[in-house]
Design a protein around this ligand. Structure first.
Ligand SMILES: [Zn+2]
Ligand SMILES: [Zn+2]
Length: 391
């Protein structure tokens, strides 16, 4: 079997878009019909590949395949042979699961870009009518939830069909300029300049810096990225960075002072600042820079400086768990244990012999962690710090 027409991929094309075009170019009704034919053919070539290619276009990308992703890759490679195109070029269109994590959020990668998995649209893909009029394919960034306006044409993407008001998804309709109800798509929405700013950032060289920040902001503000005003809220918040964050932390600090029940050296950090440190890891970039963590550390350096150690415990004497201590020191929990064993860090209570510290027990003083952070700040690097004792 061989395809008659060799459809070439666009470098920024989505895999689903390519497969749909490949099917159309070769006179199939759409992807589903092509997949139906391929299903049988793949199974004949290699019995492991039976079912490796789904019949629905929305399920075809590699990250959907989970454990079977190697079969999916093999199936896609076989298709590239039939289409007589370079396998590397086609596999480069796919989103794959990444080993990197944004805090506790799973990630997917496409070429150089790694994003939190949750940034991929699931049930709709809006389109730019003008882009489609110029070249008939879907770029991968239309699949990203925060990409809502076209950075080339300065217009909002079309999200809903004017006729039936359903969300648009070319993977369901298997048509680029038509809704599932077979109505022609039109564009009418007014440009939102925050959407335009975010869209331009997402396709720039800085895209890696912004994807974690977007997911972090959505998590801590409990916002849905798909909401129409999400990008506006995000742009406004970061236009006064880091004062926007500092003001929030000041409020928490003052509330803690007003509502204090126990001495601060017996109070858990989390009871004042919640999941601040755990959440901030979402904002990391895949080369381990973290703008939010940097601002948080600056804040606590200031807090410790303005609340020196005194007879009466103060807010800088709060207790951190090992996990949060590791976040502030930009290291692993094992390294924090080691710092404790080697006498760099005191434990807030007397340990029993052979007792192991648990990652969630609050035993380290915020003050000491911040002082240690500063002591090692000189060797700031992009990789996780290794605290190695001088002997
Ligand atoms: Zn456009
Ligand atoms: Zn419709």
């Amino acid at each position: 079997m061989q395809f008659l027409v060799q459809t070439k991929p666009y470098p920024d094309e989505a895999l689903e878009s390519y497969l749909l075009r490949l099917a159309r170019d070769n006179s199939f009704d759409g992807y589903s019909e092509l997949a139906d034919v391929l299903w049988q053919w793949l199974a004949e070539q290699d019995h492991e590949l039976e079912g490796a290619l789904p019949l629905e276009l929305s399920k075809v990308d590699v990250y959907h395949a989970r454990q079977a992703s190697s079969f999916r890759i093999r199936a896609v490679k076989l298709i590239t042979q039939l289409a007589d195109v370079n396998a590397v070029d086609i596999l480069g269109l796919a989103w794959r699961r990444s080993n990197f994590k944004f805090g506790n959020l799973a990630a997917v990668s496409r070429n150089e870009l790694t994003i939190p998995f949750g940034l991929l649209r699931t049930d709709n893909i809006p389109v730019c009518i003008k882009c489609l009029a110029e070249s008939s394919y879907i770029p991968f960034y239309w699949h990203l939830k925060p990409y809502k306006a076209c950075h080339k044409h300065k217009t909002q993407l079309t999200t809903r069909c004017e006729e039936c008001h359903h969300l648009i998804d070319y993977r369901a309709s298997e048509a680029l300029l038509e809704c599932s109800c077979s109505c022609k798509l039109t564009c009418s929405e007014q440009l939102n300049d925050a959407d335009f700013k975010i869209a331009s950032a997402l396709v720039s060289n800085n895209s890696q810096k912004i994807v974690g920040l977007i997911s972090w902001f959505a998590k801590v503000k409990q916002l849905d990225i798909s909401d129409a005003d999400f990008n506006r809220a995000f742009v406004d918040y970061f236009s006064t960075w880091p004062e926007s964050l500092t003001a929030e932390l000041d409020l928490l600090t003052n509330n803690a002072r007003l509502k204090q029940l126990n001495p601060f050296n017996k109070t858990k950090f989390n009871s004042v600042f919640g999941d601040l440190l755990r959440d901030c890891q979402i904002a990391a970039t895949s080369n381990r820079k973290n703008k939010v963590l940097d601002a948080i550390i600056n804040y606590f350096v200031g807090l410790v400086d303005s609340n020196p150690k005194a007879k009466h415990p103060n807010i800088a004497d709060l207790l951190l768990c090992t996990f949060d201590a590791a976040v502030l020191l930009n290291t692993t929990t094992q390294q924090v244990y080691r710092l404790h064993q080697e006498g760099f860090l005191n434990c807030a209570y007397l340990q029993k012999k052979h007792e192991h510290l648990r990652a969630d027990s609050h035993v380290f003083y915020l003050r000491q962690i911040i002082e240690l952070q500063q002591a090692f700040a000189a060797e700031k690097s992009q990789i996780k710090k290794q605290f190695i004792a001088p002997w």
